[in-house]
Design a protein around this ligand. Sequence first.
Ligand code: HXC
Length: 258
Amino acid sequence: MAYETIIVEVEDHVCLIKLNRPDALNALNAQLMSELAKAASEAQENEKVRCIVLTGSEKAFAAGADIKMMSSKSFADVFSEDLFTPETDAIGRVRKPIIAAVAGYALGGGCELAMMCDFIIAADTAKFGQPEVNLGVMAGIGGTQRLTRLIGKSKAMDMNLTGRFMDAEEAERSGLVSRVVPAKKLMDEAMGAAQKIAEKSLISTMAIKESVNRSYETTLREGLLFERRVFHSLFATEDQKEGMAAFAEKREPQFRDR
Ligand code: HXC
C-alpha cells in the first residue's frame, strides 16, 4: 500500500516503518497516525513479518503531535474525535514485537509513540521529553502513565511538570531505553535486534510480549500465574520440541511457528 507520511519496507522478515514528515520533524498529524495504524495492522497480518522496527529521521523520531493541527481545536472537537485513540489502539493490537529506533527528538506524542513499542533503542543524539506543559496542556497518549511505569514517579513528574528534555544517557540510566548506540550505528543495531527476534519462534515471541505486557495490567500473583500457564502451553508446540532437540543435538533450531 502507498503511503505519504511513512515509508514501509519489508526485508528478511522485518517490517521497517519510517516516519516521514521531514518538514515538520515527523510531527504526528491525523494522516500520519492513520497511515501508521494501517501499516502496523498490515505488518500484523503479513505472514512474512516476524518483527517490526519503527523509526524516524536522524533529527527527529517525532517532535510530538502536530501543534498546528491541534491549535484551533475545541474541547468538543478533541473529545468527540477522541484524538489519536483509534490509531493508538490499533498499534496496541499488534501482537508481533515492535522496536522503536530513536534518534534526535522524541517529544510529547513522539516520546509516547516510542513508549508504545516493546522497547526503545536510542542513538546517542536522542532527546526525550513531555513538553506539552509549555503549550498549556499535558501528555495525552501515555506520557503520564507509561513514562511513570518506566522511569518512576519522581522523574516522570519532573519531565511532565518542567517539560525538560532527557538525553540518551539519562534515558538508559532511568530505564526508558534498553540500549544507547552511536547515531551512525542506530539502524544496524535496531535491525540486528529485530533480526535476532525474527529468528525465534513467533509463537514464543508473541507469548513473551503478551506476558510482559500483562505485568502492567495485573497483580504479581496473577501475573506469575498467567506467565506459568503460557509457559506450560508452549509445551504444546512443535517449536518447543524443535528448540530443545536442537540444543541437545548442538545445532541451530528450525522454528516453524507451530
Ligand atoms: C508541528 C512542528 C512540531 C510539532 C516541530 N515542528 N515540531 N510542527 N507540530 N510538534 C515544525 C516547526 O514548526 C518547523 O516548521 C519545523 O518543524 C522545524 O522545527 P524548528 O522548531 O524550526 O526546529 P528546531 O529549532 O531545531 O527545534 C526543534 C524542537 C522544536 C525543539 C523539536 O521544533 C519544538 O519544540 N517542537 C515542539 C515540541 C513539542 O512541544 N511537542 C509536543 C507537542 S503536543 P516551519 O514550518 O516553521 O519550518 C503533543 C501532545 C500529544 O505531542 C498528545 C496527543 C493526544
